[in-house]
Design a protein around this ligand. Structure first.
Ligand SMILES: [Zn+2]
Length: 97
């Protein structure tokens, strides 16, 4: 499909069958993966380059375990507070199952 040609790759499936999907509250462009088999519905490139950088998730968890507050963690790692919370939530879900 022609409308799905954006030079952006989906962080989940790596496909470039991606179209733009408006903007987030912080004016970050959002994208939508057109791959029907991909679980990603929409994503933002900022996540890909910050929170999903290799090692960042581990650092978030590390700081949380060592008593670093969410505010400190987000400041030190340069990522959004919400991203910190989501990362910790996702981890909880993974370890409890
Ligand atoms: Zn995808």
């Amino acid at each position: 499909m022609k409308m799905c040609s954006t030079p952006v790759h989906c962080p989940k499936c790596g496909g470039n069958n991606v179209k733009s999907f408006g903007y987030s509250a912080h004016n970050v462009p959002r994208y939508f993966c057109c791959n029907a088999e991909c679980e990603t519905k929409s994503f933002m490139l900022e996540y890909r380059y910050k929170a999903y950088e290799p090692g960042v998730k581990e650092k978030v968890v590390d700081m949380a375990i060592n008593g670093g507050g969410i505010r400190d963690t987000s400041r030190v790692l340069g990522i959004n507070k919400k991203t910190v919370i989501n990362t910790l939530k996702k981890r909880e879900r993974l370890s409890s199952s």
